[in-house]
Design a protein around this ligand. Structure first.
Ligand code: BGC
Length: 548
């Protein structure tokens, strides 16, 4: 059922029949389950680091400090050593995500996911059996490698396999599984918190999501484009037939993939160099800005702070974890909303709506805390106000769940041409982890000193990122991956960077193509080179036609 054709400068460039096969649904669900391990870790580490027996064994100084700081709700967990433990995962993940760019190109997206799952599994086993801090950190580094690999490979996998018309919906599956991991971990923490060995079980049980996703990944085949790139033409044909449906003639798509791969092999340049070319500036900016802003929404801060806040206002350990579980469930439901509307309303609308919603909630939380706990944070907050804060946090979590949560994985995986897609995704994951690292290093100290002002800080970032999206992010819904260049060519600002490719530059834009030191002769060469490169981009990428 053809429902639309995207018309590019050279005519129709892809058809959108929107055909979803059972096989593509199952394949994408299985692939998206890789998000489980990241989510599990996020959920578990927050809870475990507040468990008394865990702190007693590994970080006794934190407990002493907690006893002294009892009167100030903002400073209880301000401990550098505890923060370093949590964030060691992000440094390891950052390194792994950069290596993953090469890995996904040479061993494929699917195998990188398997590799990540196995590494995470090893880390979980070591953490569960940890006898000292060194084992704890070693395990955490392995967990970090695991999520570095899977977070890089999975979104690319999903975007390459999904039908373009529903790419957004399929891709949100990754964030959905992250959310399931978070909720599962919170529930497990809830069950284990009261036992002296509970932390061991919480950390060790990470082998379960790791085993699920690794076995799952072993059961699916790699993406057709990745198989072709690795000269596995027969397997690629088989994989295409499977996801597009048996009655579908996949030969033309296969031929396009082959062409793409041949051209990519001819242009033998290091992708980490290519990605810095001027024509890829818009892509590069997005792959950095989107994950950077995602972290500055303050999601991890809210997630971390919710249990601490509720615990410190006397709701007790249980209620603190229950608050975290409620937040997690709201988040999950809202990701499903995103799945339902992302390909209808588009990415820009969700980003902006979510940004405004989070801004309002952050300001609200800051105001309630300022009024109730006082400037110093020493006054008791009443249960009624604590519930109001929880409600605001839930509305915030919903905003994140249908916008910056899933879309921050989607955008970097869909905007790049095939040749530098893994590299773009690697940069994006690395930025995500680096920002998480810096924020987690500074958040507790910031909370301790700026108190409720911390939430205003994040509110300001939410306002800024909403303006950024309004001005600079083009709409990518429904556009086949191979035609994505057109969205930049039509964009009021980015056009000047990419218009050479379509030969549609105005004179002013041609001038803007020049670097300051170029004379006109050199600039003509540059333009010719850009046209050639751009031709490679549009002809060499994945042409989706016919069956979806
Ligand atoms: C973010 C994480 C966050 C998680 C919450 C992910 O998309 O990258 O930092 O903790 O969502 O569910």
């Amino acid at each position: 059922m053809a429902v639309g054709v995207f018309t590019g400068v050279d005519g129709p460039v892809g058809s959108f029949s929107g055909k979803i096969t059972l096989s593509v649904v199952i394949t994408c669900i299985v692939a998206a389950s890789s998000g489980l391990i990241f989510g599990y870790d996020i959920g578990i580490s927050g809870g475990v680091t507040t468990m008394q027996p865990f702190l007693q064994k590994f970080f006794p100084s934190v407990l002493r400090k907690a006893a002294e700081a009892k009167t100030n709700i903002y400073c209880i967990y301000d401990s550098q050593v505890l923060t370093s433990f949590t964030s060691s995962l992000y440094i390891a993940g950052l390194a792994a995500s950069l290596v993953a760019s090469r890995l996904t190109a040479t061993i494929g997206r699917r195998n990188t996911m398997v590799f990540g799952g196995l590494t995470f599994l090893a880390g979980a086993a070591i953490n569960g059996g940890a006898a000292n801090v060194a084992m704890l950190i070693l395990g955490r580094i392995l967990l970090g490698f695991g999520v570095g690999f899977t977070n890089q490979a999975t979104p690319v996998y999903l975007s390459e396999v999904a039908p373009p018309k529903w790419r957004g919906a399929f891709n949100t599956g990754f964030q959905f599984f992250i959310g399931i991991g978070v909720v599962a971990a919170n529930c497990i923490n809830f069950g284990t918190a009261k036992r002296s060995w509970g932390w061991r079980l919480s950390l060790g049980l990470a082998v379960v999501p790791a085993a699920i996703m690794t076995i799952g990944a072993l059961l699916i085949s790699d993406t057709p484009s990745s198989l072709i790139q690795r000269d596995k033409v027969e397997q690629a044909r088989h994989a295409l037939r499977k996801v597009r449906g048996k009655d579908c003639d996949v030969e033309s798509e296969l031929a396009e993939l082959k062409k793409a791969s041949d051209v990519a092999k001819e242009a033998d340049q290091e992708p980490f160099v290519t990605i810095f070319e001027r024509q890829y500036r818009p892509h590069l900016v997005m792959s950095i800005a989107i994950p950077f802003f995602q972290q500055l929404t303050g999601i991890n801060i809210i997630a971390f702070y919710a249990p601490v806040l509720f615990q410190s206002v006397g709701f007790g350990n249980d209620s603190a974890l229950i608050a975290a579980i409620i937040l997690g469930l709201v988040n999950l439901a809202s990701i499903l909303v995103s799945t339902g509307v992302v390909d209808r309303f588009g990415r820009r609308f969700l980003f902006m709506e979510g940004g405004i919603q989070m801004f309002v909630c952050q300001v609200g939380v800051a105001a309630v805390l300022a009024v109730t706990t006082g400037v110093s944070g020493t006054k008791e907050i009443s249960k009624g106000y604590a519930i109001l804060v929880l409600v605001l946090m839930c509305i915030y979590a919903a905003g994140f769940g249908w916008s910056w949560g899933p879309l921050s994985w989607l955008i970097p995986s869909e905007i790049f041409p095939i040749k530098i897609r893994p590299t773009g995704q690697s940069i994006s994951v690395a930025v995500n982890f680096a920002t998480t690292f810096v924020l987690s290093q500074t958040f507790l100290t910031m909370l301790c000193h700026f108190k409720y002002g911390t939430f205003l800080f994040y509110a300001a970032w939410n306002a800024l990122m909403t303006i950024f999206v309004a001005l600079f992010l083009p709409e990518t819904k429904g556009i086949p991956l191979d035609s994505m260049n057109l969205v930049w060519e039509k964009h009021w600002y980015w056009r000047r960077f990419v218009c050479v490719g379509s030969g549609s530059c105005s004179d002013t834009e041609k001038e803007q193509q020049k670097w300051p030191w170029e004379d006109s002769a050199a600039s003509m060469d540059l333009s010719a080179a850009s046209v050639a490169r751009s031709h490679f981009r549009s002809s060499g990428d994945h042409m989706h036609r016919g069956c979806f």
